[in-house]
Design a protein around this ligand. Structure first.
Ligand code: NDP
Length: 480
């Protein structure tokens, strides 16, 4: 059976204690590879390699660093087919999505930061009347930790690693234990691109042992984490006494506000995507849909019709719109929310059950599910389900829509569908979220700040925000 290995000091290696974890193919329910169950010693080895590599990497010329990152970007594209297949098998997502979104975006992450670092300027302040000038140095932090989730495996892994490396840090990174394959393949790509030994170290393993060893390491001074809110809170608590720098991108329960004056067809097509793309396993999915009452019945009818037309199937099949959920336990968790719909006062309008895909009877397939709710305080509308399940509910006024949008502990993103400029701007200003989309969804410009408020996290990724996170500002004052 294929064995995934750690990538430490520029080489693949087996875990020191020779312990392994089963890696499942979600479309078949079968174990198809093994990954290292890395120990504290493996993390320490990765840290030592990163520490040794730091002085040289942090002082290498900007152009050289930028060239290597750009080379990684182009090698990712050269290996698009290999990586997209690996991602689809490992995660259960449709191959078409991995090919068109996940892998190209992983390449763009490297390409973007290869260039962004060459434009990253620091401030200078002339202190008038004091004959002094202050300027800010932006030094790399040292060895940093990057921990990423399973839903967009290579996309989110590289979203952290690329800016960390661009800023001159060396990295100890852990992908999710559930989807380790493309991070494993990235090691070889980095070697081929000429990334010096020890600059990036990838350690596979469980969150509460391998991940924990990274966050507890006294000399890993910054942690960039994307994952669930509970894990984020645990990391914050662990890291606080060590005064680590933290970037936490956590859960979401995003509102999708639909007004009668919107471009209806565009809204309908996009809402289908924002509800069920990647089996609804995207932190930005608009899982709480609120619709102006005057178009509520029409929307209900059209949305159900479009959802029915989605093709659920094996991820590698080109026709598939909805693949498998990532793991058996996640499938059961998502299904358990559907099972409480009735007692929560909800009505299942469409879906609600497992699906058997011919030839893949043990895969983790679930119908896309639409639940009508009458109360925005129930568990279905308050807790992150993170699957192909949305709730729908009508509203009457703008103020009601705003208060429904904000009535949740999360604040990652929100989508507003209206052609009324004043309304959209009023809502954009008052919705408690880090990202607002008006008449679109998940349209990304990598220069923009990305992240959430409330229980969706602290800090921002993207553009110069990421480079600021991965550097330590130091003010220098010269008196003349
Ligand atoms: P988890 O929080 O379970 O895990 C995220 C990562 O943290 C994994 O690599 C996990 O390892 C690791 N981990 C778990 N426990 C620890 C620990 N004690 N110390 C260090 N690392 C640890 O999230 P999921 O993987 O289940 O991802 C889904 C969540 O991610 C959802 O809540 C989703 O909303 C959120 N997310 C947020 C995004 C954002 O940008 N805001 C984007 C995408 C997802 P392992 O898998 O091995 O347990």
């Amino acid at each position: 059976m294929k064995k995934i290995e750690n990538y430490i000091n520029g080489e693949y290696s087996t875990p020191i204690e020779n312990r392994w974890i089963d890696n499942y193919n979600p479309s078949t329910g079968e174990i198809y590879s093994l990954l290292p169950n890395s120990s504290v010693t493996d993390v320490q080895m990765a840290y030592e390699a990163a520490k040794t590599a730091f002085p040289s990497w942090s002082t290498t010329s900007l152009q050289h660093r930028s060239d290597i990152l750009a080379k990684i970007a182009s090698l990712i594209i050269e290996n698009l087919e290999l990586l997209a297949n690996a991602e689809a098998i490992d995660n259960g997502k449709p191959l078409s999505l991995a090919t068109s979104v996940d892998i190209p975006r992983a390449s763009s992450n490297f390409d973007f930061f290869a260039h962004a670092i060459t434009q990253f300027a620091s401030e200078a302040h002339e202190s008038m009347g004091q004959n002094a000038i202050n300027f800010t140095l932006r030094n790399p932090i040292g060895v940093v930790g990057c921990i990423s989730p399973w839903n967009l495996p290579l996309y989110l892994f590289t979203w952290k690693i690329a800016p960390a490396l661009a800023a001159g840090n060396t990295v100890v990174a852990k992908p999710s234990e559930i989807t380790p394959m493309t991070a494993y393949l990235l090691g070889d790509i980095c070697t081929k691109a000429g990334l010096p030994k020890g600059v990036l170290n990838i350690v596979h393993g469980l969150g509460n042992t391998t991940g924990q060893a990274i966050i507890e390491h006294p000399d890993i001074k910054a942690i960039s984490f994307t994952g669930g809110t509970a894990t984020g809170a645990h990391i914050a608590k662990t890291a606080a006494p060590m005064f680590k720098k933290l970037s936490l991108e956590l859960g979401g329960k995003n509102p999708n506000l639909i007004f009668a004056d919107c471009d209806y067809e565009k809204m309908l097509t996009t809402t289908l995507r924002s509800s069920f793309a990647n089996q609804g396993q995207i932190c930005l999915c608009g899982s709480r849909i609120f619709i102006e009452r005057t178009i509520y019945d029409q929307f209900k009818k059209d949305f159900i019709k479009k959802t029915k037309a989605l093709k659920i199937g094996e991820p590698l099949n080109k026709e598939t719109n909805i693949g498998a959920l990532v793991s058996k336990s996640h499938l059961e968790k998502v299904k358990s929310y559907i099972d409480i719909a009735e007692q929560e006062g909800g009505t299942i309008l469409y879906g609600g059950d497992y699906i058997t895909v011919k030839g893949y009877e043990n895969g983790y397939y679930l119908q896309p599910t639409i639940i009508e709710v009458t109360d925005s305080n129930c568990r279905l509308t308050q807790e992150e389900i993170f699957g192909p399940v949305v709730t729908i509910m009508p509203f009457d006024t703008d103020d009601q829509a705003l208060s429904l949008a904000n009535n949740v502990r999360y604040g990652l993103s929100a989508t507003i569908w209206t052609n009324n400029l004043n309304r959209s701007m009023y809502l954009a200003k008052h919705i408690q979220a880090g990202i607002i989309w008006i008449n679109t969804w998940m349209m990304r410009d990598l220069r923009t700040p990305f992240g959430g408020v409330k229980d969706s996290g602290i800090g921002r990724e993207g553009g110069f925000e990421a480079l600021r996170f991965f550097t330590e500002p130091k003010n220098v004052c010269i008196h003349y």
